[in-house]
Write a protein that binds this ligand. Structure first.
Ligand code: PAF
Length: 282
């Protein structure tokens, strides 16, 4: 694996690859890699000639400075995992490369209601920050395919919208969420949970499964309240539990079997904020 720390060097290298019409798969990350990320690398390797992974903990997408300070950094271990996974290129830029000055952090992207609904309501500015970094990374790597995890469902819709705004012909591949055997969605933030907390954290997924089993028979509000109070009794502090149209994430108050529905949840367990989602299969 070749490691590039400067965007200019990476771009020069990739230009040669593109001259030979070779496809590029891109997996953007913030490091603290786990099996979920590695599954994206493996998807990319099976579909593209060259796989590029980036690791950059993007300061402008953290609406909470404590969350940024506590974000796990495990770069040496990440490099070992990427080597083992067969990733071809790692882009490991410094902050100055991505944001040369303060004005480069000021751009606004018109992503419509996706900015303020559900996750956006609780993390103001977060999706603007995601757009800021992803626009820069896409311009640097100029990939054929972009691989994202379904766990960050709203983020994947935001990035789809961003690519449309950029007029970029990148093929976006949303890959399944990888889970621990107990159902807990894999996340870099899980390293901040004790084993006992990890066991408890799996209850979020269980709530989604419980709701999915009942969704056609019971009122949304009743189902949500039942699972919210079950989780609160277990010690979770819930930001949201919502049903939404899986296409545009407008929140739905009533079940109907025409729209493709998704349930989305975010909750704190101690200091750690966890998110998960599930497509309704009733
Ligand atoms: O999902 C992530 O890890 C980040 O939000 C991303 C897409 C790499 C942008 O910083």
């Amino acid at each position: 694996m070749i490691i590039f720390k400067h965007s200019n060097d990476l771009q020069l290298h990739l230009q040669n690859i593109k001259k030979n019409n070779r496809t590029i798969g891109f997996v953007p990350t913030m490091g603290a890699l786990h099996a979920g990320h590695l599954s994206l690398i493996s998807q990319s390797k099976s579909q593209a000639a060259i796989t590029v992974c980036s690791i950059f903990v993007n300061p402008v997408q953290f609406n909470n400075s404590k969350d940024f300070e506590r974000y796990p950094i495990t770069t040496e271990h990440d490099i070992l995992l990427l080597e083992e996974s067969g990733c071809d290129i790692l882009f490991l830029p410094g902050e100055k490369d991505i944001y040369p000055d303060e004005s480069s952090k000021n751009k606004h992207f018109d992503i419509g209601d996706l900015e303020t609904t559900i996750e956006g309501k609780f993390r103001p500015g977060h999706f603007q920050g995601v757009c800021m970094v992803v626009e820069k990374l896409i311009n640097i790597v100029d990939p054929t395919y972009l691989f994202l995890g379904r766990k960050d469902y709203q983020q994947s819709l935001v990035i789809k919208k961003l690519l449309a705004l950029m007029n970029k012909d990148v093929i976006i591949k949303i890959c399944p969420t990888l889970r621990e055997p107990n159902g807990l969605a894999m996340s870099s933030r899980n390293v901040r949970l004790t084993q006992e907390e990890k066991d408890k954290a799996a209850e979020l997924h269980k709530s989604l499964v419980n709701i999915n089993n009942e969704v056609a028979k019971q009122d949304f509000t009743v189902l949500k309240n039942k699972e919210k109070s079950r989780l609160e009794k277990l010690g979770f502090k819930i930001d949201y539990l919502e049903f939404a149209d899986a296409g545009d994430l407008h929140v739905l108050e009533k079940y109907n079997d025409h729209d493709k529905l998704i349930m989305l949840i975010a909750a704190y367990l101690e200091q750690v904020r966890l998110i998960d989602n599930m497509l309704v299969t009733a």
